[in-house]
Design a protein around this ligand. Structure first.
Ligand code: DHB
Ligand code: MG
Length: 221
């Protein structure tokens, strides 16, 4: 089927299931005006992760890769009273946009945007002995996904959920001969998850405006 079928299907499902939200709409507008790359999660994917976080009763959420704050808005909006979120962004321009979008939505009281190299920021959180996080969303430079995954394991607890975006990449994930470092990192994480008795995980494949992709959803034992 043509990609149009899936774009239209995504639009249909979003239209039915994702209530219009001025904060989310603004975040996309501001991100576009600021020339950020248009690689944010879709509305349906935003709702998928926010509902997952809600299902596990997440009170503490950690995101790796804020971009313009669109997925952070989805996640922060689902926090219970007193909940907290940290979102890490390496690009200072993106971080300003994310912080601005969170502030405009009145969520800056519960979300901290940390600017800097994600591996370093994650190590620092561990050093600070941060209270365990209940839910993680990894959506950053995929080359470093093994490091991000292993760092999140250290920052979680039994029952914590880690979601990793973009693990299918139009089927590139199945190419074991690939020279693409991002795909190789994803393959490594999949192997670690599949072979571990500390975690269990599965991929939810997605399809829509940006083709076929998927999210790896992991539960810590
Ligand atoms: C792309 C999509 C993503 O969700 C992402 O995190 C990075 C890149 C892309 O379509 O290129
Ligand atoms: Mg992504």
């Amino acid at each position: 089927m043509a990609v149009d079928t899936w774009s239209e299907t995504e639009d249909f499902l979003s239209g039915v299931l994702c209530a219009p939200d001025p904060d989310l709409a603004r975040a996309l507008d501001v991100s576009e005006q600021a020339d950020l790359p248009i690689i944010n999660v879709s509305a349906l994917q935003g709702k998928q992760i926010s509902l997952l976080a809600r299902m596990v009763g997440a009170r503490r959420i950690l995101e790796v890769g804020s971009l313009g704050g669109y997925s952070a808005l989805w996640l922060a909006k689902t926090l219970p009273p007193g909940g907290r979120m940290v979102t890490i962004e390496n690009n200072p321009v993106h971080a300003v946009v994310a912080a601005d979008n969170l502030k405009a939505a009145g969520l800056d009281d519960r979300v901290e945007v940390r600017v800097g190299n994600a591996a370093e920021q994650l190590a620092q959180l561990a050093e600070e002995k941060a209270e365990p996080f209940d839910f993680f969303f990894i959506d950053a430079d995929q080359h470093n996904n093994v490091t991000y995954f292993e760092s999140c394991l250290r920052l979680g607890r039994s029952g914590s959920v880690i979601v990793i975006d973009n693990v299918v990449r139009a089927g590139e994930v199945r190419d074991l001969e690939t020279s693409n470092g991002a795909v190789r990192a994803t393959q490594r994480v999949l192997q670690l998850v599949g072979g571990s008795d500390r975690v269990d995980g599965v991929v939810f494949q997605t399809v829509g405006r940006r083709g076929h992709d998927g999210m790896l959803v992991i539960r810590m034992s």
